[in-house]
Design a protein around this ligand. Structure first.
Ligand SMILES: [Zn+2]
Length: 155
């Protein structure tokens, strides 16, 4: 796989661990769910689709923090069991080559552009969005459900 001019940023481990603790203490906004399809339960920490039968935690995550016009909190999954944070940050995660939309934000968290990955070259779309000097980061989201998947920063 080709090396990138940008960096993949998976969900921080402390966020995944906090979600696991909240789910164990039966927080109302943290649910245990069983993955029952091969491509329906992306873990934002290891950046892989859960295998069928794996236990996941579903909880809301504020990818864009409060107090901004584009503030947004939405549902994401992490593995219920500890998993290794995605570490190949100079490689685009193989499980998400399809089905992602890319949103470019400026330094004030305003969305300034967006594109859908059609086909197999998400790197080219991300590169294009990052060519705009206004772009501070790009978020990959589910093309269909809109859920946050991972962040992309310049190297
Ligand atoms: Zn995981």
């Amino acid at each position: 796989m080709k090396s990138l001019n940008f960096r993949i940023v998976p969900l921080p481990t402390e966020v995944a661990e906090r979600a696991r603790r909240a789910a164990e203490s039966a927080a109302k906004d943290h649910a245990f769910v069983m993955a029952d399809s091969p491509n329906g339960y992306p873990c934002r920490h290891c950046l892989r689709f859960a295998k069928q039968g794996e236990r996941m935690i579903l909880f809301p995550y504020a990818a864009i923090p409060p107090d901004h016009p584009y503030s947004e909190s939405g549902p994401i999954f992490v593995h219920a069991e500890p998993c290794a944070r995605y570490s190949a940050t100079n490689e685009y995660p193989a499980d998400f080559r399809n089905g992602r939309a890319f949103r470019a934000y400026n330094a004030n968290y305003n969305m300034i552009d967006a594109e859908v990955a059609n086909g197999n070259d998400p790197e080219a779309i991300v590169e294009k969005l990052l060519q705009n000097p206004e772009t501070a980061f790009v978020d990959a989201r589910s093309m269909t459900r809109g859920c946050y998947t991972f962040r992309i920063l310049r190297t």
